[in-house]
Write a protein that binds this ligand. Structure first.
Ligand code: ADP
Length: 392
């Protein structure tokens, strides 16, 4: 968020702990204040719904801070195999490969991680680099715009480094072709005037991630020592991830609270972290009365986020207990009675086809709420039951 200052408190301009929504612990009646933009666009704190005289809102507690503009919080990333929840089969195999490579003194094979966004592919690359004791150089395929960019990245690698390329299916063909010899022979051809010179590369491991493994050219796919398919996380794994992230964020949450967030997270840690932050914000804005967090008529013991508080906060965000949002439910309602073609669904929802096909349908299909057939998309019985349940 932009830096905020509070009228009459000049030092507050330097205070990163002034937030758009905050409370003043010493003044329980002053639960929430909003930052409002005054005419010149400078945000100032103004009381909203306050019952007391307070004009200043300033928050010194790190627990109250709102989300930073960067979407991913590095503090939440697992740092070692033991810290990485779930994906047991993948992790066990990787542990062995890493241990063998370290003992034998050889370089770990190039590996590809496939699976939907937010499942932990980037985190896994970081974990492997840390476990290997190598340096991680991370980039994404769209950022490698020409062969020169790839060459300069490869030639500045050091022995034992790990190069991580996200969304590798988006690599341009001619750039992917350059990568073949780099992966297989640790060589790269560089133009030198009219000649081409072969430059040897240090021993490195390429770790790559893709959300569309099917789009990778076969020669590229073949050059990976292994392709690991990450799966959505089970409910207990998700609850562990929520509890772990809450501990790292310094947010108190009980088992039931973690369970509610886990259930709405679509088996995806990134979604869990996002929902946890939203619920934390709701809790931070709840009235604080001694050791109790009161949220509407819900009460959390010792200030912890509990099940009812989490459920209320998620409902306010329009997210139901299965993690569906308003767009998902509108989609489900359209296909509830009869099969409907994708174009008609997009027209009805006023969304483009890629949004529906990439962001809405995969989860509804995976959750068994919708089926795709020759005549179009149709809600399953579970899908219709879910609609009825959330409507009641
Ligand atoms: P991807 O690269 O697949 O899109 P990320 O690795 O960026 O996903 O994961 C998103 C966030 O989810 C990470 O910042 C991390 O906090 C969390 N996360 C992902 N996988 C795990 C896991 N197995 N255990 C704990 N947290 C995880």
């Amino acid at each position: 968020m932009s830096r905020a200052w509070v009228r009459g408190y000049p030092d507050s301009a330097r205070d990163g702990a002034v937030h758009t929504q905050t409370r003043v612990p010493r003044y329980p009646g002053s639960a929430v204040a909003q930052l409002a933009a005054v005419q010149d666009g400078m945000p100032v704190a103004t009381p909203a719904g306050m019952t007391t005289h307070l004009h200043l809102v300033r928050d010194d507690s790190p627990r109250q801070s709102t989300e930073r503009p960067t979407s991913e919080d590095p503090a939440l990333r697992p740092t070692c195999f033991d810290d990485y929840v779930g994906q047991a089969e993948v992790i066990n195999n990787l542990r062995q490969s890493v241990r063998a490579a370290k003992r034998g003194g050889w370089q770990l094979d190039h590996m590809l991680f496939a699976g939907p966004a937010g499942l932990g592919k980037t985190s896994l690359a970081g974990v492997i680099a840390a476990e290997l004791g190598g340096k991680l150089r991370a980039t994404s395929a769209p950022a490698i715009e020409h062969k020169g960019a790839l060459a300069s990245m490869l030639t500045t690698l050091e022995e034992g480094d790990v190069l991580f390329v996200d969304e590798i299916h988006a690599l341009k063909r001619e750039i992917a072709e350059c990568l073949y010899s780099a992966m297989e022979d640790r060589l790269i051809d560089l133009p030198a005037g009219k000649r081409v010179i072969r430059v040897p590369l240090p021993k490195f491991t390429l770790l790559a991630a893709t959300t569309h493994a099917g789009k990778l050219p076969k020669p590229l796919l073949d050059r990976f020592g292994f392709v690991w398919q990450l799966k959505p996380y089970t409910l207990p794994e998700m609850a562990t991830i929520v509890a772990r992230s809450a501990a790292k964020l310094g947010v108190a949450i009980d088992e039931e609270g973690a369970q509610v967030i886990a259930q709405a997270s679509r088996g995806t840690p990134r979604i869990a972290n996002r929902l946890l932050r939203r619920v934390r914000d709701a809790a931070a804005n709840a009235v604080v009365d001694g050791a109790l967090v009161v949220y509407g008529d819900r009460v959390g013991k010792n200030g912890a986020i509990n099940g009812p508080l989490a459920a209320t906060a998620l409902a306010q965000l329009g997210i139901d207990h299965k993690g569906l949002d308003a767009l998902d439910r509108r989609y489900l309602a359209i296909v509830a009675e009869r099969p409907v073609g994708i174009e008609a669904i997009c027209a009805e929802l006023a969304e483009d086809r890629s949004t529906i096909e990439d962001a809405v349908e995969p989860f509804l299909v995976q959750a068994g709420l919708v089926k795709r057939g020759g005549k179009g998309r149709l809600a399953t019985e579970a899908g219709r039951d879910h609609l009825a349940e959330v409507a009641s």
